[in-house]
Design a protein around this ligand. Sequence first.
Ligand SMILES: Nc1ncnc2c1ncn2[C@@H]1O[C@H](COP(=O)(O)OP(=O)(O)OP(=O)(O)O)[C@@H](O)[C@H]1O
Length: 687
Amino acid sequence: MSDAIPVNRIKGVGEKTAALFGKINVYTIDDLIRHYPRDYETYDAPVSVREAVPGKLQTIYGQITAIPNIKKVRNLSILNAVLKDSNGESIQLTFFNMPFLKKVLKPGGFYLFRGLIQQRGIHKIMEQPRMFTWDEYQKKTGRLLPRYALTKGLTNQTVQKSVAQALEYYPPEKEYLPQMILQKYPMLSHREAIYALHFPESREELLTARNRMVFEEFFSFLLVLRKNKELAAKTENHFPMYETADTVRFLEQLPFPLTKAQKKVWGELREDMGSPYAMNRLIQGDVGSGKTILAVLALLMCAANGYQGAMMAPTEVLAVQHFETISGYVKKYGIAFRPVLLTGSMTAKEKREAYAKIASGEANLIIGTHALIQEKVEYSSLALVVTDEQHRFGVRQRETLAAKGSEPHVLVMSATPIPRTLAIILYGDLKVSVIDELPANRLPIKNCVVGTSYRPKAYEFIAKEVAAGRQAYVICPMVEEGESEDLENVVDYTEKLRAALPPSVQVAYLHGKMRPSDKNRIMEEFAAKEIDVLVSTTVIEVGINVPNATVMMVENAERFGLAQLHQLRGRVGRGEFQSYCIFISTSEAKETMERLQILNHSNDGFHIASEDLKLRGPGDIFGIRQSGEFAFVLGDIYTDANILKEASDAVEQLLVSDPELTDDDSLALVNYFKEHTAVNVVDFRTI
Ligand SMILES: Nc1ncnc2c1ncn2[C@@H]1O[C@H](COP(=O)(O)OP(=O)(O)OP(=O)(O)O)[C@@H](O)[C@H]1O
């Protein structure tokens, strides 16, 4: 089987390359085959200067007009040349640290240059374009060349070659879907689809291949969901619990009353946990709608009934935040929690101490990341598991944690706004509670979508808010290797921002590559108001709660999905202060502006998701992915909603004809679940 064959069996993949592959989680040939391209580069016919569109990667053919000139700026050598096309119109080419080109680019010579077209005032320019001969270019024209996620030292070409070889190990007859499904829903074979995803002949073929793999992905996910639902429906309530004076007193002491929607959900939770069957419920509510307090109430009821509860967060920063909030409640209100934190970055000694408290029952509330599901953790009486942001976890993790107790209650929280029809499919294994109103003390966030020239004004505004005692976030995407240099880099950006703001303003940064303990420290300092402005990548996207922050400024807003931008915006407007969101877009292209205007005009996550869906066509592979909802590799629940429905119907049909999946026709599928321990599906317990 190709699954278990290590990548170093591939010709040309030595120990060093194998180690690099390891860095991007590719260990076996199967991993490599499933390392799908991030996108595809297309080499279209060259355009004239007039036709060139700023923001697009394009190729221009023309003549170099004069000897290029070289400027020196500190250590940097900047070479400028002018390229004139057949209409006599010119574009400026700029090269950094490539002084030798001065000799290569001959005045009067004809060349092809490919690069990102940029607008500077009335002129168009290309920075660091690639140069081609006609022959070279012709060979690439019209093809779709895969571009893979890489790591330093690993080139796209190496990945391409290795994938091509890996595919040779892939048996042609490989198929997972039962014949009865393939007959009903004609599609490419599994192998054809995999091949075409890496090396498509055309855009049409790529789309067909992608849709086939999306179907497979949804189909297996939904089948598992259905099976789990059957199991859950039969799970007895081993931990019946009832309201005690603790939650009532806690609610009386809180500085705010619950909203009507929160009260209703609290009622549903109490009913579930006292019912004859174990709770399996999802709380869905827009960003900032107050889901956390409901989880805290459920956990408090659990503790007051003498059991243990666990709260699993998608990131360490968030786990620490929950721990701090709850420890604060214990101090302030004297409630019955004995909380303990368990995260990956704790020292071995700290972890041992935590394990001991969990095993003895000394801790009755355990808060952490996926460290909570590691083998070493033994619970004494785990009765309730809360997972925050369900989509950040594979179903498997949730189940593993559940398996550590003897079938505890499960409560899942999500801020993903999805239409009801999709929710029924995707949360098929859960009962759903909805929080459909925000706390009454909130003022609607004021938004603006602007170009980069607005930056100085935005900085001034941030300085003003800070002077008034508030705080701000500035989001800029990380520079990924091979991506345009134009993206703002967090560290450099922070320097620039420091220089632009008054010296008294404390600016710090946060990004995904920092050590978890450093991230935690920065977040704690921000929460304690020792930092005024936090420059960050999207690591702060979910769950962060600092109600004193009132400004969210997002650089390169055009690069994010709307749902993700809405999540980011949700970090402000969480308290009584008027909050503001500034979306800066480097592209003023019509579609981009139209998309961002949706956010400008609405603060309602549900409305935004559905408007976004209208703008983007189904199966838009090149479109911006939404954030990692449901952790599907290829599928997007919004744009692939049709495939999702089809896959859901197909699952029904299969289960009608073969409910226990014991027919020969289902064998490949059953094996698939056994083989693929790492994919986002569980090998459900009946198999
Ligand atoms: N009924 C209420 N009235 C006033 N404030 C509330 C109410 N419920 C919760 N809050 C406060 O609102 C803020 C946001 O709540 P919470 O963190 O629970 O939101 P959330 O739904 O988890 O949001 P997100 O999805 O963004 O993480 C918190 O500071 C919380 O204390």
